[in-house]
Ligand binder design. Structure first.
Ligand code: DX5
Ligand code: ZN
Length: 224
């Protein structure tokens, strides 16, 4: 089933509770939280205190995308803050297997993310451990960037691998998901659709979440 995961990166940070409530009314089924440290990516956003505040305002899963160096150091703090899904970058983890185990030991769902230039096959050893795989379809750091078409091949490959290896991870896509790209990502096999600018960019999160989710659902109905 295809699900919309609104990314608060493009929301009004001074009105986050209202923004996520609107995205939820529009059909968002988890809230994507982009954590950036100014080292792994060239931008800084937010950390566990903001996750703890969000936790008080929604029951939806909080999908925390860690774009940070040394994620192991912060996993306990995200667990305490109430994060549900935690994704770490293949490129940021020296001991990825250990980091994924650490996330699970803290009672959260582990996930792995790959940048546009990283091959899906590198993840094969850990695919059995993850709740989902996140395919970055832009270089991480900023909202509102152009979708990188090659990502569609990576989504298709992850779908094939899931069948070949008899696994059950879900496939998430993040970056440039909007009206002009949503059908292609759904056809390729993405199930968790992260969207920032397309949901929050115009200040009408409920309306725009609903419109994007409906477009995704139409594409899913046409896909076998
Ligand atoms: C980018 C972030 C994304 C971002 C996507 O580094 O990981 O989650 O919010 O934004 P859009 O949907 O605007 O491309
Ligand atoms: Zn993200």
């Amino acid at each position: 089933m295809v699900e919309l995961v609104p990314s608060i990166l493009s929301a009004d940070f001074a009105r986050l509770a209202e923004e996520i409530a609107a995205a939820e009314r529009g059909g968002g089924s988890a809230i994507h939280v982009d954590v950036m440290d100014g080292h792994f990516v060239p931008n800084i956003t937010l950390g566990p205190p903001v996750v703890a505040s969000l936790r008080k305002h929604t029951k939806l899963p909080l999908d925390c995308h860690l774009m940070i160096e040394n994620p192991d150091e912060f996993i306990p703090a995200f667990a305490d803050a109430g994060a549900n899904w935690v994704s770490v970058h293949y490129e940021a983890c020296r001991h990825l297997h250990r980091t994924l185990e650490l996330i699970a030991q803290h009672g959260m769902e582990p996930a792995v993310v790959i940048n546009p230039a990283t091959m899906v096959e590198l993840l094969i050893p850990v695919l059995g451990m993850v709740h989902h795989v996140l395919v970055m379809s832009v270089n991480p750091g900023f909202g509102g960037q152009k979708f990188i078409l090659y990502s569609l091949n990576k989504i298709r490959r992850l779908k094939e691998l899931r069948q070949e290896l008899r696994l059950s991870y879900r496939i998430e896509v993040d970056g440039g998901v909007a009206h002009d790209t949503v059908a292609a990502v759904v056809e390729a096999g993405a199930e968790l659709l992260v969207a920032g600018n397309a949901v929050f960019g115009e200040g009408h999160a409920e309306r725009d979440a609903r419109g994007l989710l409906e477009a995704a659902q139409r594409a899913a109905m046409l896909t076998v």
